[in-house]
Ligand binder design. Structure first.
Ligand code: ATP
Ligand code: MG
Length: 325
């Protein structure tokens, strides 16, 4: 049986990018594969060290979002990073296997330094989080990692660590494969950056029908009239393709849009907002049933399951490294 590990950082709630990039695959695969879903609350400290209450709140919200979206707590295991000491120990061990210059060349880190405007003020822990992500994945000896395209560089680094470890100490870790989602990079409402919790360009899985309508209405396409030829690759149509599930209908809309055949942005926006609402409305209902107390109860149980696996991995790694006495 393949083992899956994936996860999110509690820097906000989950959005549509998470859904099409990774969450949809987690929901589909949890029944055939042993699935671990990490909430990276230690990594959230890289940008939110001054706001521990917000990290705690979003940790619960991210779990709630996923239970509402269809993660089954009887099948999948949530992993709260701060509760799994083996991950921290493996991070230190893996940090010894990666050249410092290699970590700093990681393109995902570089992109985040720019997009999160970190300048040269980021903590020592910021680049270390990329090493920590190798430990998150390898602690569970995962074979498959469902992620969005922005995570490709981190998975590549994880593969390098697994291979290097095998060369030096023996075979403990599988070399994991990334699994990209149906839409590997959903753009944000701005149409430029990827949809991201930290950029104010996201539609959240927990948004109301009214929020969704207003956010979709804000998308700018630069088009003036329903008879102007439109660009069917703009962000509005990326959303149409991602969320309106009748492909023939979307193809027809795109043709009419491109020809300027009396199809206004307003009408496309109405259909896109309705399709997004149809996706998240059942989640909104399920989320309302989930109390904090129930979520904490699930996390306690899952922490026991997760620690059993991660502690076993750490013991194997230390044994291979002749560190066990
Ligand atoms: P932050 O802005 O704090 O980095 P984020 O929105 O990028 O937050 P993460 O927690 O970093 O979210 O990402 C969690 C998972 O969701 C990763 O697998 C990532 O690749 C995927 N993901 C995030 N945004 C998108 C997107 N716009 N399209 C597709 N996948 C995405
Ligand atoms: Mg991110």
């Amino acid at each position: 049986m393949t083992r899956i590990l994936t996860g999110d950082t509690p820097t906000g709630r989950l959005h549509l990018g998470h859904f099409v990039g990774s969450l949809e695959n987690r929901i589909a695969l949890q029944h055939q594969h042993e699935t671990f879903v990490l909430v990276a609350n230690i990594h959230a400290l890289t940008t939110r060290a001054a706001d521990p209450a917000a990290i705690r709140r979003d940790t619960l919200e991210i779990v709630r979002d996923q239970l509402a979206a269809g993660i089954d707590p009887e099948r999948a295991t949530f992993v709260v990073q701060s509760e799994i000491p083996a991950i921290a120990e493996l991070t230190i061990l893996f940090a010894m296997l990666l050249p410092f210059s290699r970590v700093m060349r990681n393109p995902t880190l570089k992109a985040e330094i720019i997009s999160k405007q970190l300048g040269d003020h980021y903590s020592f822990g910021f680049p270390l989080y990329a090493v920590g992500q190798c430990a998150d994945i390898l602690a569970f000896r995962a074979d498959l990692v469902p992620v969005g395209e922005d995570q490709a560089a981190h998975i590549e680094m994880t593969r390098e660590v697994a291979r290097r470890f095998a060369q030096l100490y023996g075979d403990v870790f599988p070399v994991p494969e990334p699994l990209f989602g149906r839409v590997p990079r959903l753009p944000g409402l701005d149409g430029v950056e990827k949809m991201s919790k930290s950029r104010g360009n996201a539609i959240f899985l927990s948004d109301s029908a009214d929020d969704i309508r207003k956010k979709v209405a804000r998308i700018t396409t630069g088009r003036q009239s329903p008879t102007d030829p439109g660009d069917p690759t703009n962000v509005l149509f990326e959303y149409a393709r991602a969320f309106i599930r009748d492909e023939a209908h979307v193809r027809d809309l795109a043709d009419r849009y491109a020809r300027g055949d009396n199809l206004g942005d307003g009408e496309v926006k109405r259909q896109v907002a309705a399709a997004i609402d149809a996706l998240v409305a059942p989640m909104r209902e399920r989320r309302a049933q989930l109390t904090d107390a129930r979520i904490v109860e699930i996390l306690h149980e899952h922490t026991r399951r997760a620690n059993a696996v991660a502690a076993d991995t750490l013991a194997k790694a230390k044994d291979a490294m002749r560190l066990a006495f």
